[in-house]
Design a protein around this ligand. Structure first.
Ligand code: HXC
Length: 509
């Protein structure tokens, strides 16, 4: 009986973390504790903990007197809507959630198990970084975590939730995971903090400005989404996990769906405005195609000229990449190419089919783009699409001009189904620009230029030239797009396609 009681007592002590005073301080900052977060993340009663009694082995600086059970991180596994995930949650109430050798070993243990057993890793980060008393042992321990992030990349989905400080080299573990979520006003990530920045560059900046959720979702694109509080962030992680396969050898999940595959959307027949320069909201099309209008957007606040995210068709996950004519006329630029390329590569790594919706007038011109290396960054998207072997369905709604036409999952990059609406214009460039080049001699004569422009439009501002050549498989009615793309993806459930053997590619980075 005594041993049973001792176990209960030890468990109760471990669950207290850093004690009531520090838990109160945590709550006062609007943050939940490590265990409260796990409870919200996982299905009720599903959490199985590992290493609850692990304690650090440091004997410097009088540390042997303070060896809290668990060592500042709660680890284990549980389920999200019945599907298995591994989780670690740093406990800021225990030595600031700082990373000791043993703390990192706990994280490494569940990462190893996740890869072996094929389940995602979700890391909840809230830590003062390397445990200062342990010195280089702590750095080495971080290195072990990094190596596992790299090995697990493309094998199991890795999701980071930043719910407190993440500073210095510690940022590089989340940075190598597939998705990063942050909480507004209570989380930050930076390589060097405001004090160092001030000393070195004389810039005065707050932690929030330097590395808060706003900065990383809007400016740096380090983070994929920001939420108002811990509760909302964890609920959204659950929603994301529902879209993802558990590992790279499994097809994406198929859920029950309550939306007619043959649903006709007459409103799509008039989505494209009469004036080719008038924008429309591409998100409307995505929502009308998706099962139950459910679109899980990734990086909604960054490079808004391209949309990326997940939908379901017939209950199965599909990744969507879509030009957004509302922003920069849907041009591809450095940021949008990087954003979409990373998304395409995630989908391909995890066997998620890709739907591409195209309305792109070309690449964004300008010195800032060229100096910033739009050639190299644009190539990332081209490379990602060409390398992706998952089922690829493309629908051109309006413009598909020049190099951007080729990039956006065209037939030439092994697009499987390439559809176009009757409003599509597949051409080297817009009629006006084309006329001004090939009829330069007539530039002073407005009537002649108008006639040439009309002639060019009649010849090329349509999908039929491309369809005649087989670059477009079929010109489809906008209202029946959902049915057509559902049938297309359904026909490719058994698709196999492989590249020649290589160690790995050399995508332009
Ligand atoms: C040991 C730490 C710690 C750390 C915090 N604590 N960070 N203990 N190692 N890195 C302890 C504090 O002593 C304190 O203990 C408790 O955690 C809470 O910290 P506070 O400072 O009271 O909290 P707060 O005011 O909220 O400030 C949080 C903080 C600050 C901004 C994170 O603690 C801080 O600046 N910590 C040091 C950060 C740092 O320089 N880390 C090393 C970075 S280098 P008590 O007992 O008082 O509750 C790094 C390299 C990784 O991480 C490289 C990987 C390759």
């Amino acid at each position: 009986m005594d041993v049973l009681q001792e176990l209960e007592d030890r468990r109760a002590a471990a669950r207290l973390g850093g004690g009531p005073r520090r838990v109160e301080a945590q709550h006062a900052k609007g943050k939940l504790t490590a265990r409260e977060r796990i409870e919200l993340l996982l299905d009720a009663e599903s959490f199985e903990e590992f290493d609850m009694f692990v304690a650090h082995r440091c004997t410097d600086f009088g540390m042997e007197a303070d060896r809290p059970a668990g060592d500042g991180v709660v680890t284990g596994w549980g389920t999200i809507n019945g599907r298995m995930v591994y989780v670690f949650s740093q406990d800021f109430t225990v030595m600031g959630g700082s990373v000791s050798e043993t703390h990192a070993q706990k994280i490494c243990k569940i990462m190893d198990m996740a890869v072996r057993n094929g389940a995602p890793v979700i890391g909840i980060n809230d830590s003062g970084g390397a445990r200062i008393q342990e010195g280089v042992a702590s750095l080495a321990a971080y290195g072990e975590v990094f190596q596992r992030n790299i090995s697990a990349s493309g094998v199991v989905p890795q999701i980071s939730v930043i719910m407190g400080p993440t500073a210095g080299g510690a940022v590089y573990s989340p940075a190598m995971t597939d998705f990063i979520f942050m909480v507004k006003d209570s989380s930050y990530m930076f390589v060097t903090g405001p004090d160092v920045v001030k000393t070195v560059t004389n810039e005065m900046v707050t932690a929030e400005e330097l590395g808060g959720a706003g900065t990383h979702t809007k400016k740096s694109s380090v983070a994929d989404a920001a939420f108002d509080n811990d509760v909302e962030a964890l609920a959204e992680v659950r929603r994301l996990v529902d879209f993802l396969p558990l590992h790279n050898r499994e097809k994406p999940p198929v859920r029950p769906f309550f939306d007619d595959v043959n649903r006709v959307e007459d409103s799509l027949d008039t989505l494209i405005p009469d004036n080719p320069n008038t924008p429309y909201d591409m998100k409307e099309l995505i929502l009308k195609l998706a099962d139950e209008g459910d679109f899980y957007e990734i990086q909604a606040e960054f490079a808004k000229n391209i949309l990326t995210g997940f939908i379901r068709l017939e209950g199965a996950t599909v990744g969507v990449v879509a030009n957004q004519p509302m922003v920069l006329a849907g041009c591809i630029d450095i940021d949008s190419a990087r954003k979409a390329a990373r998304f395409v590569r995630f989908c391909d790594a995890f066997e998620i089919p890709i739907l591409t919706l195209v309305d792109v007038p070309g690449f964004l011109p300008g010195t800032s783009q060229e100096y910033g290396g739009v050639i190299k960054h644009g190539a990332k998207l081209l490379f990602a699409y060409g390398e992706a072997t998952v089922p690829k369905v493309t629908v051109i709604t309006r413009k598909a001009y020049g190099g951007a036409y080729v990039v956006m999952a065209s037939k030439h990059l092994n697009g499987d189904f390439n559809y176009a609406w009757p409003t599509a214009e597949v051409a080297v460039m817009g009629a006006k620009g084309a006329t001004e080049i090939i009829h330069r001699a007539d530039l002073g004569d407005a009537d002649k230029i108008a006639a040439h422009t009309k002639e060019y439009e009649d010849r090329f501002a349509n999908p039929f030239v491309a369809a005649e050549k087989g670059f477009i498989d079929e010109v489809i009615m906008p209202h029946s797009t959902r049915k057509r793309i559902c049938r297309a993806f359904a026909s490719m459930r058994g698709k196999t396609r492989e590249h020649p053997w290589k160690k790995h590619d050399n995508i332009p980075l």
